[in-house]
Ligand binder design. Structure first.
Ligand SMILES: [Zn+2]
Length: 379
C-alpha cells in the first residue's frame, strides 16, 4: 500500500468516526451487495440507487480487489453480506466510506492468483465483479476469435428454471426443473466423453436469473448455448419433442420483451448492444438453424428407439429471452410434456433422461463435425 492510499484510508476511517450523521447532500446509496457462488467463479453484485462512476484496483498482502465508487454514501459499513464457500476464489466482501464523497468495496481474494473482471448493468445500476479461481478450466480464453472461425469446443448447457422457479408442473408432481437437470447432467457427461468442454449454468437445484445464465455463457465464450426445458400444454393429450431457435425477424419486438423482463427501457440496452448487433445481421441464425435441426433429428431418433410413438413437433422460432441474450448460436430444446400423463411418467425416469441425453449429444457431435468440415473448406 502506498503512503498516499494509507493516508486516504486513515482519513476515511476518521471520517467514518467523525462524520456520522454528516452525510453530504446529493449522494447515492448502496442498496444491496450480493455474492453468488458458481462452479467456476464467484460473482459480487453491488447495487446502487443510481448510476455512478467507479474504478477498480488491487492491493497486496493480503491480496484484495477494491472498487471505489464516486458520489456514494454508505450509512453503516457492510461486512460479509454472505461469505463464499471454502473453495471459492473470494474470502470476504466488505464495504465502507472511503472519503466523504466516495465508497469503497473491498474483496479479499483467496490464495494464489485469481483473475477478475468488472462491468456494470443498468436499471438498477449494478457493478458486477466476477472472480475466477486460479487455473480454472473455464477462465475466458485470451483469443477473441469469433465462434464461426474456430472449432466447436466449449458448450454452455442451461438446465431451465431451478430453485424457487419449478418451471412447468406436471402430472404426478413432476417438476420441469428436476427433469431438465437430470437430462443436463447426463448430457454433460456424454459431451465430456466426446471431447467437449462443458459449462453448466446451474449444477443443482438453484434459482438463476436469465441475465445470470447468459452472462456466464457470454463471458466464458461458449461456442454453443443449449437450453434444456420440458413442455406443458393446456391440452393434456399433447406430447412430443420441439426445438426452438430465436426468430431474428422479430428482433425489435424481442428487444422490447427483453427490456421489459429485465426492467430495462429499450434506450438503455447498452449491455446488450453487441448481442443485438449480431442478431440484427442474422449472424447466428444459419448456425442456430443447423444446430437445431441436428439436435432435433437426433433426439427424435434416440427417443423413438425406446419410445416408438414420440411425436415430432418440429423446429420452431420463438422470442425466447434466454436465446436473445446469448452471444453465440443458441437453441432451446423441449424434451417432452409434463402435462401428459404417460409422458410425465416417462420424463421422470432415468431411462428417458439417458435416451434424451444420448440424442442431444449425438446432434451436437454431428454439428461439430459438420462445422469442422466447413472450416476446412473455408465456407
Ligand atoms: Zn421451461
Amino acid at each position: 500500500m502506498s503512503r498516499g492510499s494509507r493516508l486516504t484510508l486513515l482519513a476515511g476511517v476518521l471520517l467514518l468516526v467523525l462524520g456520522a450523521g454528516k452525510r453530504p447532500a446529493g449522494l447515492l446509496d448502496v442498496t444491496d451487495v450480493r455474492v453468488f457462488d458458481h462452479p467456476n467463479h464467484t460473482r459480487v453484485v453491488v447495487e446502487l440507487s443510481g448510476s455512478a462512476r467507479y474504478h477498480t484496483g488491487t492491493l497486496e498482502d493480503p491480496a484484495r480487489l477494491y472498487i471505489d465508487i464516486d458520489g456514494v454514501w454508505i450509512e453503516a459499513p457492510l461486512r460479509e453480506p454472505r461469505s463464499s464457500g471454502a473453495s471459492a476464489p473470494l474470502r470476504r466482501v466488505r464495504a465502507g466510506q472511503n472519503t466523504l464523497q466516495r465508497a469503497r468495496v473491498v474483496m479479499e481474494l483467496a490464495e494464489g492468483s485469481v483473475k477478475h473482471h468488472t462491468f456494470h448493468l443498468k436499471q438498477p445500476f449494478r457493478i458486477v465483479t466476477d472472480v475466477y479461481r486460479a487455473g480454472s478450466a473455464s477462465e475466458p480464453t485470451p483469443d477473441d476469435d469469433r465462434f464461426d472461425q474456430r472449432p466447436v469446443r466449449r458448450i454452455v448447457l442451461d438446465p431451465g428454471h431451478g430453485g424457487k422457479d419449478p418451471g412447468a408442473r406436471g402430472r404426478g408432481g413432476v417438476k420441469e426443473k428436476d427433469v431438465v437437470l437430470r437430462v443436463s447432467r447426463l448430457l454433460r457427461d456424454r459431451l465430456r466423453q466426446a471431447g467437449f468442454e462443458v459449462v453448466m449454468t446451474r449444477e443443482r437445484d438453484e434459482y438463476l436469473s436469465l441475465e445470470e445464465r447468459t452472462a456466464v455463457a457470454n463471458r466464458l465464450k461458449g461456442d454453443l448455448f443449449i437450453s434444456i426445458h420440458a413442455n406443458a400444454s393446456p391440452n393434456r393429450k399433447t406430447t412430443g419433442v420441439e426445438t426452438y431457435l430465436l426468430d431474428t425477424r422479430y428482433d425489435r419486438q424481442t428487444a422490447r420483451v427483453a427490456a421489459r423482463e429485465n426492467g430495462t427501457s429499450i434506450g438503455q440496452l447498452n449491455e446488450l448492444q453487441r448481442i443485438l448487433a449480431s442478431l440484427r445481421l442474422g449472424y447466428h441464425e444459419r448456425y442456430a438453424v443447423r444446430l437445431a435441426r441436428e439436435i432435433h433429428e437426433s433426439l427424435l431418433e434416440s427417443l423413438r428407439r425406446s419410445y416408438r410413438g414420440t411425436s415430432d413437433l418440429g423446429v420452431k422460432h420463438g422470442p425466447f429471452l434466454v436465446l436473445f441474450m446469448a452471444d453465440m448460436p443458441a437453441i432451446l430444446v423441449e424434451v417432452g410434456f409434463v402435462s401428459n400423463r404417460a409422458e410425465a411418467r416417462r420424463l421422470s425416469s432415468k431411462a428417458f433422461a439417458r435416451a434424451a441425453a444420448a440424442g442431444i449429444a449425438n446432434g451436437i457431435v454431428r454439428y461439430r463435425d459438420e462445422h469442422a468440415r466447413r472450416l476446412v473448406a473455408g465456407r
